[in-house]
Structures are given as C-alpha cells and as structure tokens.
Ligand binder design. Structure first.
Ligand SMILES: [Zn+2]
Length: 167
C-alpha cells in the first residue's frame, strides 16, 4: 500500500515562498478541486495528508484543512489552517470553489446564453452605432447581455487579452 510522506509530496510541488503548489489538474476544464492523492489505500486531499503528517495525528472528521493563501492547489503546511467543515464550506463558497446549486445554475445559464448567439450577431451588437437597447432588440438579446458584449464582460474576442479592461 502506497504511503505518501512530506518528502514525496513536497517533491511533486512547485515551491513558491511558503506555498507548495501541487501540479495543475490534467483536466483544466473541470471544476476547481483541492488536489487529491492515493494514500494508504484511499484517495484523500493532499492538504489534509500534509497537515496530518506535520501534526503527527489525524485531523478529526469535523475539521478540514483549508489553504489560507487562497490557492486551491497549495498544500503547504505553512498555509493550511484547520477549520470546521461548516466554515470550510463558507470559505469555499466565498472563493467560488463550491458547486452549490445556485453556482451550478448560474454557470449553466451563462453557458447557454453564450452559445445561443452566433459570433456574427455578437459582432453586430459590438459594432452597431445604435444604442445598447436598440442593438439588443435587433439581435434579440437582453439589454444586459448587449451591454456586457459592449463592455467586453461577455463573449470578449478570444484573441484580445485586454478585452474587458478597456471598457
Ligand atoms: Zn499557500
């Protein structure tokens, strides 16, 4: 049975200051998740394993190890703090890391809205000399969406990294 040690874990991380950054997920489009590793026959959170190795005792089930540096990939013992699972949930929600029903609904709606309009229509809204409301009506989208297109907050041109900053 494979057991990780502080050394084997640290060796896989990129060290940045106090942070130990676990390699990025091989599935970059998946939902952000705290890194996990197979340890003692179970798949467990790396940060938790590190904390337990440093503390020399298991973390009680009602507590979670959270990275106070706000980097989900950081598993450093210098950054991890133990909080209640309830507090950990709140922190994750604050950081947008948790798939709450509301967060999922919002993402789905955004994706749907984004795919409904072809690029030509988006381009029209973007370049039209009409008012936002008028352009929106012509394109059949809401005024809020048209505004977001014009300010670059939504459907920004993929080839322009500064879209949205120049609004
Ligand atoms: Zn950190």
């Amino acid at each position: 049975m494979k057991l990780e040690t502080l050394d084997t874990i640290k060796a896989r991380c990129t060290l940045e200051g106090d942070c130990w950054l676990w390699p990025a997920s091989s599935n970059p489009h998946g939902k952000p998740e705290a890194p996990k590793v197979r340890h003692g026959g179970k798949v467990v959170k790396v940060r938790r394993v590190v904390r337990e190795l440093v503390d020399g005792r298991p973390i009680p089930g009602r507590l979670e190890a959270v990275a106070r540096c706000d980097n989900l990939r950081c598993v450093s013992p210098q950054c991890s703090i133990k909080v209640s699972t309830k507090r950990s949930r709140q922190i994750q929600i604050e950081r947008g890391h948790l798939n709450t029903p509301a967060a999922i609904a919002k993402r789905t709606a955004t994706r749907r809205a984004a795919s409904r309009f072809p690029e030509e229509v988006i381009e029209q809204v973007r370049n039209s000399p009409d008012s936002c409301a008028k352009a929106a009506a012509k394109a059949g989208m809401s005024k809020g969406h048209a505004h977001a297109v014009r300010t670059g907050q939504w459907r920004a041109r993929a080839n322009n990294p500064f879209a949205g900053l120049m609004a």
